[in-house]
Design a protein around this ligand. Structure first.
Ligand code: IPM
Ligand code: MG
Length: 357
Protein backbone atom coordinates (compact mmCIF):
# COMPACT_ATOMS: atom_id res chain seq x y z
CA UNK A 1 0.00 0.00 0.00
CA UNK A 2 1.40 3.40 -0.96
CA UNK A 3 2.08 5.63 2.04
CA UNK A 4 2.71 9.34 1.80
CA UNK A 5 4.10 11.92 4.17
CA UNK A 6 2.16 15.15 4.35
CA UNK A 7 3.49 18.22 6.14
CA UNK A 8 0.50 20.06 7.59
CA UNK A 9 0.72 23.76 8.32
CA UNK A 10 -2.62 24.99 9.62
CA UNK A 11 -1.40 28.50 10.42
CA UNK A 12 -3.58 31.21 11.90
CA UNK A 13 -7.18 32.37 11.94
CA UNK A 14 -9.52 30.04 10.08
CA UNK A 15 -6.50 27.97 8.98
CA UNK A 16 -7.00 25.40 11.73
CA UNK A 17 -10.69 24.91 10.98
CA UNK A 18 -10.39 24.53 7.22
CA UNK A 19 -7.32 22.30 7.27
CA UNK A 20 -9.08 19.94 9.67
CA UNK A 21 -11.85 19.40 7.11
CA UNK A 22 -9.39 18.98 4.25
CA UNK A 23 -7.59 16.26 6.19
CA UNK A 24 -10.84 14.43 6.78
CA UNK A 25 -11.58 14.56 3.05
CA UNK A 26 -8.07 13.32 2.26
CA UNK A 27 -8.39 10.42 4.68
CA UNK A 28 -11.72 9.40 3.23
CA UNK A 29 -10.37 9.51 -0.33
CA UNK A 30 -7.22 7.61 0.69
CA UNK A 31 -9.25 4.87 2.33
CA UNK A 32 -11.33 4.50 -0.83
CA UNK A 33 -8.30 4.37 -3.10
CA UNK A 34 -6.21 2.20 -0.81
CA UNK A 35 -3.31 4.42 0.14
CA UNK A 36 -2.32 5.88 3.46
CA UNK A 37 -1.30 9.32 4.66
CA UNK A 38 0.93 10.25 7.55
CA UNK A 39 0.60 13.83 8.75
CA UNK A 40 3.29 15.84 10.51
CA UNK A 41 2.18 19.20 11.84
CA UNK A 42 4.39 22.27 11.72
CA UNK A 43 4.14 25.86 12.86
CA UNK A 44 4.26 28.88 10.58
CA UNK A 45 3.06 32.47 10.61
CA UNK A 46 1.64 34.05 13.73
CA UNK A 47 1.41 30.70 15.52
CA UNK A 48 5.16 30.25 15.01
CA UNK A 49 5.93 33.83 16.04
CA UNK A 50 4.06 33.29 19.30
CA UNK A 51 5.71 29.93 19.98
CA UNK A 52 9.31 30.47 18.88
CA UNK A 53 9.65 34.09 17.74
CA UNK A 54 10.05 33.59 13.98
CA UNK A 55 7.44 33.13 11.22
CA UNK A 56 9.19 30.16 9.59
CA UNK A 57 11.09 27.95 12.02
CA UNK A 58 13.91 25.83 10.48
CA UNK A 59 12.07 22.73 11.57
CA UNK A 60 9.06 23.70 9.47
CA UNK A 61 11.12 24.29 6.33
CA UNK A 62 12.96 21.00 6.86
CA UNK A 63 9.70 19.16 7.46
CA UNK A 64 8.20 20.66 4.33
CA UNK A 65 11.26 19.73 2.28
CA UNK A 66 11.14 16.15 3.48
CA UNK A 67 7.42 15.68 2.87
CA UNK A 68 5.70 14.40 -0.26
CA UNK A 69 3.52 17.52 -0.13
CA UNK A 70 2.58 20.43 2.09
CA UNK A 71 -1.03 21.09 3.01
CA UNK A 72 -1.35 24.67 4.16
CA UNK A 73 -4.25 26.70 5.54
CA UNK A 74 -3.67 30.43 5.99
CA UNK A 75 -1.59 32.82 8.04
CA UNK A 76 -1.74 36.32 9.43
CA UNK A 77 -3.85 38.40 11.76
CA UNK A 78 -4.13 41.86 13.25
CA UNK A 79 -2.16 40.76 16.31
CA UNK A 80 1.04 40.61 14.24
CA UNK A 81 0.34 43.52 11.88
CA UNK A 82 2.71 45.94 13.55
CA UNK A 83 5.79 43.74 13.48
CA UNK A 84 8.63 44.65 11.11
CA UNK A 85 8.04 43.14 7.69
CA UNK A 86 10.57 40.31 7.96
CA UNK A 87 8.91 39.14 11.17
CA UNK A 88 5.34 39.29 9.93
CA UNK A 89 3.45 36.02 9.42
CA UNK A 90 3.38 36.58 5.63
CA UNK A 91 7.17 36.49 5.54
CA UNK A 92 6.98 32.90 6.76
CA UNK A 93 4.85 31.88 3.80
CA UNK A 94 7.06 33.73 1.33
CA UNK A 95 10.15 32.07 2.81
CA UNK A 96 8.50 28.66 2.62
CA UNK A 97 7.61 29.18 -1.06
CA UNK A 98 11.14 30.35 -1.76
CA UNK A 99 12.72 27.59 0.32
CA UNK A 100 10.84 24.94 -1.67
CA UNK A 101 11.39 26.84 -4.92
CA UNK A 102 7.63 26.54 -5.40
CA UNK A 103 7.67 28.78 -8.45
CA UNK A 104 4.60 27.58 -10.31
CA UNK A 105 1.37 28.59 -8.65
CA UNK A 106 -1.70 27.17 -10.37
CA UNK A 107 -5.02 28.75 -9.50
CA UNK A 108 -7.90 27.18 -11.40
CA UNK A 109 -11.14 29.14 -11.57
CA UNK A 110 -14.18 27.04 -12.28
CA UNK A 111 -17.79 27.91 -11.98
CA UNK A 112 -19.97 25.31 -10.34
CA UNK A 113 -23.36 25.29 -12.03
CA UNK A 114 -25.04 25.12 -8.64
CA UNK A 115 -23.42 28.42 -7.70
CA UNK A 116 -24.03 30.45 -10.84
CA UNK A 117 -26.10 32.90 -8.86
CA UNK A 118 -23.51 33.23 -6.10
CA UNK A 119 -21.32 35.33 -8.36
CA UNK A 120 -21.80 39.06 -8.28
CA UNK A 121 -21.52 38.91 -12.08
CA UNK A 122 -24.41 38.05 -14.39
CA UNK A 123 -25.13 34.36 -14.91
CA UNK A 124 -24.53 34.60 -18.66
CA UNK A 125 -21.09 36.05 -18.07
CA UNK A 126 -19.90 33.38 -15.63
CA UNK A 127 -21.64 30.19 -16.80
CA UNK A 128 -19.03 27.84 -18.20
CA UNK A 129 -15.96 29.81 -17.13
CA UNK A 130 -12.97 27.49 -16.82
CA UNK A 131 -9.67 29.27 -16.60
CA UNK A 132 -6.31 28.71 -14.98
CA UNK A 133 -4.12 31.44 -13.56
CA UNK A 134 -0.46 30.41 -13.68
CA UNK A 135 1.28 32.79 -11.32
CA UNK A 136 5.06 32.98 -10.94
CA UNK A 137 5.51 32.67 -7.19
CA UNK A 138 9.10 33.06 -6.09
CA UNK A 139 10.29 36.08 -8.05
CA UNK A 140 9.20 39.51 -9.17
CA UNK A 141 8.58 42.42 -6.87
CA UNK A 142 7.83 40.15 -3.92
CA UNK A 143 11.48 39.15 -3.71
CA UNK A 144 13.47 41.64 -5.82
CA UNK A 145 16.48 43.46 -4.39
CA UNK A 146 17.10 46.15 -3.44
CA UNK A 147 14.18 46.76 -1.17
CA UNK A 148 13.77 48.65 2.01
CA UNK A 149 13.22 52.01 3.61
CA UNK A 150 15.45 55.01 3.86
CA UNK A 151 14.25 58.07 5.67
CA UNK A 152 11.07 59.21 4.02
CA UNK A 153 11.47 56.80 1.10
CA UNK A 154 10.60 53.13 0.57
CA UNK A 155 11.33 50.92 -2.42
CA UNK A 156 10.88 47.45 -3.91
CA UNK A 157 12.29 46.10 -7.13
CA UNK A 158 10.43 44.17 -9.79
CA UNK A 159 12.99 41.89 -11.36
CA UNK A 160 12.74 38.80 -13.55
CA UNK A 161 15.45 36.85 -15.30
CA UNK A 162 14.91 35.12 -18.63
CA UNK A 163 15.36 31.80 -16.90
CA UNK A 164 12.61 32.55 -14.38
CA UNK A 165 10.20 33.59 -17.12
CA UNK A 166 11.09 30.61 -19.29
CA UNK A 167 10.30 28.05 -16.63
CA UNK A 168 6.92 29.53 -15.71
CA UNK A 169 6.08 29.91 -19.42
CA UNK A 170 6.78 26.22 -19.99
CA UNK A 171 4.39 25.36 -17.15
CA UNK A 172 1.69 27.53 -18.73
CA UNK A 173 2.10 26.10 -22.24
CA UNK A 174 2.14 22.53 -20.93
CA UNK A 175 -1.03 23.22 -18.97
CA UNK A 176 -2.63 24.71 -22.09
CA UNK A 177 -1.85 21.56 -24.08
CA UNK A 178 -4.11 19.64 -21.70
CA UNK A 179 -6.80 22.30 -21.94
CA UNK A 180 -8.09 24.54 -24.74
CA UNK A 181 -4.60 25.42 -26.03
CA UNK A 182 -4.72 29.13 -25.36
CA UNK A 183 -2.25 31.11 -23.28
CA UNK A 184 -2.71 34.78 -22.44
CA UNK A 185 0.43 36.33 -20.99
CA UNK A 186 -0.31 39.33 -18.77
CA UNK A 187 2.24 42.10 -18.24
CA UNK A 188 2.70 45.86 -18.30
CA UNK A 189 5.10 45.97 -21.25
CA UNK A 190 3.97 49.46 -22.25
CA UNK A 191 5.57 50.81 -19.10
CA UNK A 192 7.93 48.33 -17.44
CA UNK A 193 11.28 47.03 -18.71
CA UNK A 194 10.78 43.86 -16.73
CA UNK A 195 7.53 43.29 -18.61
CA UNK A 196 9.24 43.77 -21.97
CA UNK A 197 11.65 41.00 -21.08
CA UNK A 198 8.73 38.93 -19.84
CA UNK A 199 6.87 39.37 -23.14
CA UNK A 200 9.87 38.60 -25.35
CA UNK A 201 10.72 35.52 -23.33
CA UNK A 202 7.19 34.12 -23.30
CA UNK A 203 6.98 34.69 -27.08
CA UNK A 204 10.22 32.79 -27.58
CA UNK A 205 9.10 29.85 -25.45
CA UNK A 206 5.82 29.82 -27.41
CA UNK A 207 7.70 28.72 -30.52
CA UNK A 208 8.20 25.35 -28.87
CA UNK A 209 4.42 24.97 -28.61
CA UNK A 210 3.13 25.63 -32.13
CA UNK A 211 -0.31 24.21 -31.37
CA UNK A 212 -0.90 26.67 -28.54
CA UNK A 213 -2.24 30.12 -29.36
CA UNK A 214 -0.42 32.88 -27.46
CA UNK A 215 -1.80 36.34 -26.81
CA UNK A 216 -0.47 39.20 -24.68
CA UNK A 217 -2.50 41.57 -22.56
CA UNK A 218 -1.64 44.51 -20.36
CA UNK A 219 -2.59 43.90 -16.77
CA UNK A 220 -5.01 46.80 -16.53
CA UNK A 221 -6.90 45.53 -19.55
CA UNK A 222 -6.79 41.96 -18.17
CA UNK A 223 -8.39 43.15 -14.93
CA UNK A 224 -11.19 44.67 -16.99
CA UNK A 225 -11.56 41.70 -19.37
CA UNK A 226 -11.85 39.27 -16.45
CA UNK A 227 -15.13 40.81 -15.39
CA UNK A 228 -16.28 41.81 -18.89
CA UNK A 229 -15.84 38.49 -20.65
CA UNK A 230 -14.03 35.87 -18.55
CA UNK A 231 -14.85 33.04 -20.97
CA UNK A 232 -12.23 34.32 -23.41
CA UNK A 233 -9.49 33.00 -21.09
CA UNK A 234 -8.03 29.52 -20.92
CA UNK A 235 -4.57 29.84 -19.31
CA UNK A 236 -3.36 33.18 -17.97
CA UNK A 237 0.35 33.33 -17.21
CA UNK A 238 1.70 36.24 -15.24
CA UNK A 239 4.17 37.44 -12.63
CA UNK A 240 3.91 37.30 -8.89
CA UNK A 241 2.15 40.58 -8.07
CA UNK A 242 -0.18 40.68 -11.07
CA UNK A 243 -1.10 37.04 -10.41
CA UNK A 244 -1.88 37.78 -6.79
CA UNK A 245 -4.26 40.57 -7.74
CA UNK A 246 -5.90 38.93 -10.75
CA UNK A 247 -6.53 35.64 -8.93
CA UNK A 248 -8.45 37.39 -6.16
CA UNK A 249 -10.47 39.16 -8.81
CA UNK A 250 -11.04 35.94 -10.74
CA UNK A 251 -12.26 34.17 -7.62
CA UNK A 252 -15.37 36.31 -7.61
CA UNK A 253 -16.35 34.85 -10.95
CA UNK A 254 -16.86 31.58 -9.08
CA UNK A 255 -18.91 33.27 -6.37
CA UNK A 256 -16.60 33.28 -3.38
CA UNK A 257 -12.93 33.45 -2.62
CA UNK A 258 -13.71 30.57 -0.28
CA UNK A 259 -13.88 28.24 -3.28
CA UNK A 260 -10.51 28.67 -4.99
CA UNK A 261 -7.74 26.14 -4.42
CA UNK A 262 -4.14 26.38 -5.51
CA UNK A 263 -1.08 24.27 -6.02
CA UNK A 264 2.46 25.58 -6.01
CA UNK A 265 4.79 23.16 -7.69
CA UNK A 266 8.41 23.28 -6.79
CA UNK A 267 11.36 20.94 -6.72
CA UNK A 268 9.28 18.16 -5.27
CA UNK A 269 5.85 17.80 -3.81
CA UNK A 270 4.59 21.32 -3.66
CA UNK A 271 2.43 23.48 -1.45
CA UNK A 272 -1.34 23.18 -1.59
CA UNK A 273 -3.37 26.00 -0.14
CA UNK A 274 -6.57 27.96 -0.61
CA UNK A 275 -6.00 31.32 -2.27
CA UNK A 276 -7.78 33.16 0.52
CA UNK A 277 -6.30 34.42 3.76
CA UNK A 278 -6.78 33.71 7.45
CA UNK A 279 -9.98 35.77 7.82
CA UNK A 280 -9.37 36.78 11.46
CA UNK A 281 -12.80 38.40 11.58
CA UNK A 282 -14.56 35.03 11.40
CA UNK A 283 -11.91 32.78 12.95
CA UNK A 284 -13.10 30.38 15.60
CA UNK A 285 -16.76 30.75 14.68
CA UNK A 286 -16.97 27.59 12.62
CA UNK A 287 -18.43 29.38 9.60
CA UNK A 288 -15.46 29.52 7.21
CA UNK A 289 -15.86 27.82 3.86
CA UNK A 290 -13.57 24.77 3.84
CA UNK A 291 -14.10 24.00 0.16
CA UNK A 292 -11.08 25.92 -1.18
CA UNK A 293 -8.85 23.91 1.13
CA UNK A 294 -10.65 20.65 0.38
CA UNK A 295 -10.19 21.33 -3.34
CA UNK A 296 -6.53 22.12 -2.64
CA UNK A 297 -6.30 18.66 -1.07
CA UNK A 298 -7.65 17.26 -4.34
CA UNK A 299 -4.92 19.11 -6.22
CA UNK A 300 -2.41 17.65 -3.75
CA UNK A 301 -3.57 14.13 -4.58
CA UNK A 302 -3.34 14.77 -8.31
CA UNK A 303 -0.18 16.86 -8.61
CA UNK A 304 2.01 15.68 -5.72
CA UNK A 305 0.92 12.10 -5.19
CA UNK A 306 -0.29 11.12 -8.65
CA UNK A 307 -3.46 9.77 -6.99
CA UNK A 308 -5.86 10.94 -9.66
CA UNK A 309 -8.70 8.73 -8.44
CA UNK A 310 -8.62 10.34 -5.01
CA UNK A 311 -8.55 13.81 -6.56
CA UNK A 312 -11.65 13.07 -8.66
CA UNK A 313 -13.51 11.62 -5.67
CA UNK A 314 -12.89 14.78 -3.65
CA UNK A 315 -13.84 17.11 -6.51
CA UNK A 316 -16.99 15.16 -7.31
CA UNK A 317 -18.00 15.18 -3.65
CA UNK A 318 -17.60 18.96 -3.51
CA UNK A 319 -19.67 19.42 -6.65
CA UNK A 320 -22.39 17.12 -5.34
CA UNK A 321 -22.46 18.85 -1.93
CA UNK A 322 -23.09 22.14 -3.71
CA UNK A 323 -25.70 20.57 -5.99
CA UNK A 324 -27.46 19.21 -2.92
CA UNK A 325 -27.69 22.76 -1.61
CA UNK A 326 -25.14 22.79 1.20
CA UNK A 327 -23.82 26.29 1.74
CA UNK A 328 -21.49 27.94 4.21
CA UNK A 329 -22.52 31.55 4.92
CA UNK A 330 -20.23 33.10 2.28
CA UNK A 331 -22.30 31.44 -0.45
CA UNK A 332 -25.56 31.01 1.42
CA UNK A 333 -27.69 33.96 0.48
CA UNK A 334 -28.75 32.59 -2.86
CA UNK A 335 -31.70 30.30 -3.54
CA UNK A 336 -33.11 27.54 -1.39
CA UNK A 337 -30.16 26.21 0.52
CA UNK A 338 -29.04 24.12 3.47
CA UNK A 339 -26.97 26.47 5.57
CA UNK A 340 -24.09 24.70 7.21
CA UNK A 341 -21.02 25.23 9.32
CA UNK A 342 -17.41 24.53 8.35
CA UNK A 343 -17.60 21.17 10.06
CA UNK A 344 -20.95 20.22 8.57
CA UNK A 345 -19.71 21.02 5.09
CA UNK A 346 -16.65 18.86 5.72
CA UNK A 347 -18.86 16.06 7.00
CA UNK A 348 -21.07 16.16 3.90
CA UNK A 349 -18.02 15.97 1.64
CA UNK A 350 -16.63 13.02 3.63
CA UNK A 351 -19.97 11.23 3.47
CA UNK A 352 -20.15 11.72 -0.29
CA UNK A 353 -16.58 10.45 -0.73
CA UNK A 354 -17.43 7.40 1.38
CA UNK A 355 -20.48 6.72 -0.76
CA UNK A 356 -18.65 7.25 -4.05
CA UNK A 357 -18.22 4.27 -6.38
C1 IPM B 1 -1.82 34.72 -1.69
C2 IPM B 1 -1.68 35.67 -0.52
C3 IPM B 1 -0.20 35.84 -0.19
C4 IPM B 1 0.46 36.44 -1.41
C5 IPM B 1 0.08 36.65 1.08
C6 IPM B 1 -0.60 36.08 2.29
C7 IPM B 1 1.55 36.79 1.34
O1 IPM B 1 -2.30 36.87 -0.81
O2 IPM B 1 -1.38 33.56 -1.57
O3 IPM B 1 -2.39 35.11 -2.70
O4 IPM B 1 0.46 37.67 -1.57
O5 IPM B 1 1.01 35.67 -2.20
MG1 MG C 1 -3.41 36.88 -2.63
Amino acid sequence: MAAYNIAVISGDGIGVEIVREARRALDAAAAKEGFSLKYNEFLMGGAAIDAVGVPLPDETLEGAKNADAVLFGAIGGTKWDNLPRHLRPESGLLALRKGLDAFANLRPVQVFDALIDASTLKADVVRGVDLLVVRELVGGIYFGEPKGREGGKAFNTMVYTEREVERIAHIAFKAALKRRRKVCSVDKANVLDVSQLWRETVSRVAQEYPTVELSHMYVDNAAMQLVRAPKQFDVIVTGNLFGDILSDEASMISGSIGLLPSSSQGVRGGIFEPIHGSAPDIAGQGIANPLATILSAAMLCEHALGEIGAARRIENAVRTALEQGYRTPDIASYGAVKRCSTEEMGAVVVKLINESK
